[in-house]
Write a protein that binds this ligand. Structure first.
Ligand code: FAD
Length: 396
């Protein structure tokens, strides 16, 4: 994506009536099946299983999976629209889809036909939930630093190690686990020697540990996973031995569009709540909406939200057109998640004292926004990715 000499055609966002139809279904589902449960989800820190069921019935788990493997054969923009609409109401609920996508997407790209029938099909149908296990206590951004190992013993791989912060860890049936199977060939090739392994729930030696309580996305608290001589069949390798980190990084590039869409949904919710409050609340005999400083705040929110949405749809659309999308996805992720944070803070300010009350749902948006800035590659790491591309373009 040239920044020095961009062409207008680089900015084509292709939206069809099918995209709008999918968005409407997601909006209605969020309204009818989720909205009334959000308070309970926050209070209990748990998402009722009926919500998974509804998301599955709507076909959302398999929206980007081929029809041959139980999905809808849709595109990245459809998934972004679904994620935005669900996140507008309950960002935590969208993580069930996002966490499963982190398994189904690499399966769709790299699995054998047998693996697709056994693992991808039930994930696409939402009959099974997926969890992607890379992060460890001592390695997050630095994927190559993972210490979990897998050793060949007979016709199995024996896995040892610990993973933390794993979304869907407590709900998943199918785990994609990254483990070092060979030492790095050299210090500058640390990314090599990591292998992706499919691990089923209930595998001997594999346990799901405690949940990690995070300030936001309540109901979707990530879990710890423990592998103590856990054995999986040799054929459970995804792709080629030693190339798992490449599979993971490619997956994050794709999934990042979904995190950007979560940001748009959160920001939109913040705007709607702030605008409604400003239209009704009176101070000094005027509605808040009549004060210019409130109008400016709303105008600022609106500008940022439209820009975040355009960046997100753009990144998705580039991917769907088979064009280079990685830099756009990083930009969309940073801009949208930071727009969500700013919009949530502004909405809190507009709500005055009620903004900091836990009885009013606006403070939740600020807590949720903090998490999306972190996962799928922190925003610092995205800035690095963007800067690397710019430097490459500048230096040829
Ligand atoms: C709610 C939640 C859900 C998650 N779900 C999953 C999941 O499903 N699967 C999974 O594998 N992981 C998951 N994660 C982990 C997440 O991807 C990591 O937390 C994230 O990648 C950051 O890693 P870290 O926490 O180890 O921080 P670190 O990598 O230690 O980073 C700490 C700080 O240093 C900065 N930093 C690090 N390296 C650099 C650098 N080179 N240049 C500049 N700054 C740098 C970071 O931006 C950050 O501010 C989840 C995390 C959370 C909070």
């Amino acid at each position: 994506m040239p920044t020095l000499n961009p062409r207008p055609t680089d900015y084509q966002i292709k939206i069809t009536p099918e995209h709008e139809a999918v968005r409407q279904v997601a909006r209605e589902l969020a309204k009818k099946e989720i909205e009334a449960k959000v308070k309970e989800i926050e209070k209990n820190n748990s998402i009722p299983p009926e919500i998974n069921k509804r998301l599955a019935e709507a076909g959302f788990f398999g929206i980007t999976i081929s029809e041959k493997h139980g999905g809808a054969g849709g595109d990245a923009l459809m998934l972004a629209l679904i994620t935005e609409e669900i996140s507008r109401v309950c960002p935590a609920c969208s993580t069930i889809l996002g966490g499963t996508f982190l398994v189904s997407e690499p399966l769709q790209t790299h699995a054998t036909e047998e693996q697709k029938q056994r693992y991808l099909r039930p994930l696409a149908k939402g009959e099974k939930i997926g969890a992607h296990a890379m992060t460890e206590p001592a390695a997050g951004s630095d994927v190559a630093g993972i210490q979990t190992s897998a050793k060949p013993v007979g016709d199995k791989w024996t896995i040892n190690g610990r993973k933390i912060f794993i979304t869907n860890g407590d709900k998943a049936d199918i785990f994609l686990v990254f483990a070092r199977t060979q030492p790095p060939p050299s210090p500058d090739k640390r990314i090599q020697g990591i292998t992706a392994l499919i691990v089923e729930k209930g595998t001997e030696g594999f346990t799901v540990g405690g949940k990690i309580n995070t300030i936001g996305l309540r109901g979707s608290q990530p879990s710890e996973l423990i592998f103590n001589d856990a054995k999986v069949p040799k054929e459970n390798i995804l792709g080629h031995e030693g190339e798992g980190a490449y599979i993971a990084l490619e997956t994050y590039d794709r999934a990042r569009i979904g995190v950007a869409a979560q940001g748009v949904g959160i920001a939109q919710a913040a705007y709607e709540q702030a605008a409604a409050y400003a239209a009704n609340r009176k101070a000094f005999g005027n509605r808040l909406l009549e004060f210019q400083q409130i109008q400016f705040k709303l105008a600022e929110m609106a500008m940022n939200i439209h820009a975040a949405r355009l960046l997100t749809y753009w990144a998705a659309s580039l991917r769907d057109q088979g064009k280079e999308f990685v830099e756009a996805a990083s930009m969309a992720k940073v801009f949208s998640t930071e727009t969500a944070e700013k919009a949530a803070l502004t909405a809190m300010m507009i709500h005055g004292g009620y903004g900091v009350s836990t009885e009013v749902p606006v403070e939740r948006l600020l807590r949720d926004s903090q998490i999306i800035k972190t996962y799928e590659g922190t925003n610092d790491i995205q800035r690095l990715t963007i800067a690397r591309k710019l430097i490459k373009e500048l230096t040829g």
